[in-house]
Design a protein around this ligand. Structure first.
Ligand SMILES: Cc1cc2nc3c(=O)[nH]c(=O)nc-3n(C[C@H](O)[C@H](O)[C@H](O)COP(=O)(O)OP(=O)(O)OC[C@H]3O[C@@H](n4cnc5c(N)ncnc54)[C@H](O)[C@@H]3O)c2cc1C
Length: 477
C-alpha cells in the first residue's frame, strides 16, 4: 500500500463510533490517510453506563458526547451520519442512508474505501424469539435506555393511578432477564429507586412494595466472575430486595408477563408490566453481508471469524474489530474493542512502512459489576474484590474511560447527588419514551412499505418504455 502510487490519499472508512471505531480513528491521527467514520448515531456511546441513564442517575449527554466534537480537531477525519446498509467488497464501497420520513426521501451516500474497518458492534439477541423485544426492551442504545426509564417510572405511576390491587401488583413487579453485569446493575438500581428514591413519593402505593425479580437460565449470577464473586453478588442483591431465580429459562414474554421453565421443567408465569432483557447478544447483521461476499466464517453469535491480525481472511484491506469480531480469548467487552481498534490502526500504519502484519494480543484488564451504591464485585487477573473497595475501583475506571473532561466533571456531580442523597436528577420521562418501541416499529414498517412501493414503481417505469418500444415492432410484424 503506497500513497505515492495514488492520486488521492489512502481512504480509510470506519463503520461505527463505539469503542472500536473511535479508537481506530484516533490512533490514525498522524497517519497519511483520509478517514471517514460512518455511524448511525451522532454520538460515541459509553454503553457500560447505560443502566444509569435508564434509572435516572445520569443524563444521556453525559455518556454519549457527539462524535463530531470528539474528532473536531483531527484534521484527517470526517464524520458521516448514516446507517450502513450495504458493503460492496468488489467495488470497495459502503452505502449508508439517513432515514427519510413520509414526505422526505432518505439521503443515500456511497463512500469508496481503500481500507475498511467494521466496528458495528452487537444487538440484543432474543435467541430466535424476536417478538419478545416489543415487551422486553434490551439495553444497547440511548433510545433503549430512555425507553426503559419511561417504562420503569411509568410502571410506578400506573400503580399509583389504579385502585385495582391485581393491576397494582403487576405494575409493581419488575422482571429483569439475564444475570450478567447489565442485568445485575439494572435490578440493583430498580431496587434502589423503589427503596430510596421513591420512598414516600407516592401516596396511593408504597414504592418499597415493588418486587424486582432477576431471572437467568444459568445456575449462577455473573458466571464469568467465578463462584465466589457470583455468590457474593447474589447475596447482596437479595439483601437489597431483589429476588434471584436461577436455572430459569424464559419461554414466553408478552404484554402481561413473563413465563419461565424451572430446572424441574415446571412452568411459572410472573404477571409484570415492566420487563428488561439483558440476556444475549447477536453481532451486527453487517457480518452476514460480509460473509456472503467474502465467504468468511461467522460464529454462533454472527461474529466474523477474523484472521490473527483482525483482518478478514483473504481480504487484508478489511478489518473487523470489537463485538463484531470473533477472536479466541477476547470477550465482548470494551477493552476487546479498544485494543482491537488500536491494533487495526497499527496494522494500517505498518502497511505504509511495508511492515509485516502482526497477530492481535489481548491484554485482559479484568471485569467488574456494580450491585448497588457502595457495592460492587471486581476480578482483576487472579485478584478478587467485593463491596466498597470494588465499588471505588469501578468508579475510577469508569470515569477514566468516559470521553471528555466536561462529561467527567458533570458525571462526578451527578454521582455525588445520586449516591449521597436519595434523589436522582434524571427521572424525567416523556410520552415518546414510553411509546418509543411501538412507534419505531410502526415507523420502520411504513418506511419499508414506501421503499418497496418505490422499487415496484421504478420497475414498472423501466418496463414501460420497453413495452412501448416493443409495441410498434409487434404492430409492424
Ligand atoms: C448495557 C451494557 C453494559 C456494558 N457494560 C460493560 C462493562 O461494564 N465493561 C465492559 O468492558 N464492557 C461492557 N459492555 C460491552 C461494551 O460496551 C462493548 O463490548 C463495546 O461497546 C463494543 O464496542 P464496539 O465498538 O465493538 O461496538 P459498539 O460500542 O456497540 O459500537 C457500535 C457502533 O456501530 C454503529 N453501528 C452499528 N450498526 C451500524 C450500521 N449498520 N451503520 C452505521 N453504524 C452502525 C453504532 O451506532 C455504534 O456507533 C456493556 C455493553 C452494554 C450493552
Amino acid at each position: 500500500m503506497s500513497q505515492d502510487a495514488q492520486q488521492t490519499p489512502h481512504r480509510v472508512v470506519v463503520i461505527g463510533s463505539g469503542f472500536g471505531g473511535i479508537n481506530v480513528v484516533q490512533s490514525l491521527e498522524k497517519a497519511p490517510v483520509q478517514i471517514t467514520l460512518i455511524a448511525k448515531t451522532t454520538h460515541h456511546l459509553f454503553q457500560p453506563l447505560l443502566y444509569q441513564v435508564a434509572t435516572g442517575i445520569l443524563s444521556e449527554g453525559e455518556i454519549a458526547p457527539p462524535t463530531r466534537l470528539i474528532l473536531a480537531k483531527q484534521k484527517n477525519a470526517k464524520v458521516l451520519l448514516g446507517d450502513v446498509e450495504q458493503i460492496d467488497t468488489a467495488s470497495k464501497t459502503v452505502v449508508s442512508r439517513i432515514a427519510g420520513s413520509r414526505r422526505r426521501p432518505a439521503t443515500v451516500v456511497t463512500t469508496p474505501y481503500d481500507t475498511l474497518v467494521i466496528a458495528a458492534g452487537a444487538d440484543q439477541s432474543y435467541f430466535g424469539n424476536d417478538h419478545f423485544s416489543e415487551f422486553a426492551p434490551g439495553m444497547k442504545t440511548i433510545d433503549d435506555a430512555l425507553e426503559l426509564r419511561g417504562r420503569i417510572v411509568g410502571a410506578f405511576e400506573l400503580a399509583e393511578a389504579t385502585n385495582d390491587p391485581v393491576e397494582q401488583e403487576r405494575a409493581l413487579t419488575f422482571v429483569v432477564v439475564g444475570a450478567g453485569p447489565t442485568g445485575v446493575e439494572v435490578a440493583g438500581q430498580i431496587a434502589e429507586l423503589a427503596h430510596r428514591t421513591f420512598k414516600g413519593a407516592f401516596k396511593n402505593i408504597d414504592a418499597r412494595q415493588a418486587r424486582i425479580i432477576l431471572l437467568d437460565g444459568a445456575p449462577a449470577v455473573l458466571p464469568p466472575m467465578g463462584k465466589k464473586l457470583g455468590e457474593k453478588a447474589q447475596k447482596h442483591l437479595e439483601k437489597i430486595g431483589v429476588e434471584v431465580r436461577l436455572d430459569a429459562i424464559v419461554v414466553d414474554v408478552d404484554q402481561d408477563g413473563v413465563t419461565y421453565k424451572d430446572k424441574a421443567g415446571a412452568l411459572h408465569t410472573i404477571a409484570t408490566k415492566c420487563k428488561v432483557w439483558s440476556a444475549g447478544v447477536a453481532a451486527s447483521p453487517l457480518g452476514k453481508q460480509l460473509a456472503a461476499q467474502t465467504g468468511v466464517e461467522l460464529d454462533r453469535a454472527g461474529r466474523v471469524v477474523v484472521d490473527k491480525d483482525l483482518s478478514v481472511p483473504g481480504h487484508p484491506d478489511i478489518f473487523v474489530v470489537g463485538d463484531m469480531a470473533s477472536v479466541p480469548g477476547v470477550p465482548g467487552m470494551a477493552q476487546g474493542a479498544i485494543q482491537g481498534g488500536k491494533h487495526a490502526a497499527k496494522m494500517i500504519k505498518g502497511d505504509f512502512k511495508g511492515e509485516p502484519r502482526k497477530p492481535f494480543k489481548y491484554l485482559d484488564k479484568g471485569s467488574m459489576s456494580t450491585i448497588s451504591r457502595f457495592s460492587a464485585v471486581a476480578k482483576v487477573w487472579k485478584f478478587e474484590f467485593s463491596g466498597f473497595i470494588a465499588w471505588v475501583l469501578w468508579l475510577f475506571i469508569h470515569l477514566y474511560y468516559l470521553v471528555g473532561f466536561k462529561n467527567r466533571v458533570t458525571t462526578i456531580f451527578s454521582w455525588l447527588g445520586a449516591f449521597i442523597t436519595p434523589g436522582r436528577a434524571q427521572l424525567t420521562i416523556t410520552h415518546q419514551q414510553i411509546q418509543a418501541r411501538i412507534a419505531l416499529l410502526e415507523r420502520n414498517a411504513i418506511l419499508r412499505e414506501q421503499a418497496e412501493a418505490a422499487a415496484r414503481g421504478a420497475e414498472e417505469n423501466s418496463a414501460a418504455p420497453a413495452a412501448e418500444a416493443a409495441a410498434p415492432k409487434a404492430a409492424t410484424n
